[in-house]
Design a binder for this molecule. Structure first.
Ligand code: SF4
Length: 215
């Protein structure tokens, strides 16, 4: 059974999400945030196909949208938002780009997702991948990201922890209970420190303002 690279991102958000995905599947709802992210990704792909690569500070190269990548040694599979093939004969040839609809803060789970793509590309092409990009959709800006050996090592570790959860049906501890308040799985975890209703309403209000750029 292969592990999806999105599982790494979810594990880093909270290991229990992996448990609910694989060991004890629960009904999932499509949240407003997820729908919004999907529509932003679709719009971005339409626009990106018409743009040059100058924004990435790269030489022009071939762009691939949503290519599948995999690592047999790690049993990992995934799809990259955009892969650029610069056709460089020396140095780095392939650059993965992950697109995000965040407000600019780049969270660690996205960095490790990029590192997982790098490991797959390295194994598939036998070429080094030490740099990628994160494209922030609301800002229409690409940020170069150095992909370190430590990040790759951590991805290997997380992959083996995910296998432990799945193979041993291991129910893990939460990464941080601060994340429970807007987690879709909170009704299945009975040990969350949830804020009171007034705090939840205030957090929802801030999120809506952020999505629609209200002050
Ligand atoms: S509710 Fe909290 S503990 Fe449960 S999966 Fe979500 S973040 Fe993790």
């Amino acid at each position: 059974m292969s592990i999806n690279i999105t599982d790494i991102k979810q594990f880093i958000y909270c290991p229990r999400v992996v448990y609910y995905n694989y060991v004890e599947p629960v009904p999932r709802k499509v949240t407003f945030k997820m729908e919004y992210a999907r529509s932003q990704h679709y719009e971005l792909n339409q626009k990106e196909k018409r743009r040059t690569l100058k924004r990435y500070d790269l030489l022009e190269g071939k762009r691939y949208y949503g290519p599948s990548v995999s690592s047999q040694s790690l049993n990992l599979v995934g799809k990259i938002d955009i892969l650029i093939d610069t056709e460089n004969k020396t140095g780095q040839r392939y650059f993965p780009i992950e697109c995000k609809d965040t407000d600019g803060k780049i969270y660690s789970n996205i960095l490790y997702q990029l590192a997982a793509y790098a490991l797959c590309i390295e194994e598939m092409t036998n070429t080094p991948v030490k740099k990628g990009y994160i494209y922030i959709i609301p800002k229409q800006k690409a940020y170069p990201i150095v992909i370190t050996d430590e990040q790759k090592m951590y991805v290997r570790k997380v992959t083996s922890m995910i296998k432990k959860i799945i193979n041993e049906e291991y129910f893990p501890e939460p990464r941080s209970k601060k994340r429970c308040w807007d987690c879709e799985f909170q009704r299945y975890c009975n040990d969350c420190d949830l804020p009171n209703l007034a705090q939840i309403k205030e957090q929802d209000r801030l999120l809506i303002n952020k999505l629609f750029n209200k002050s």
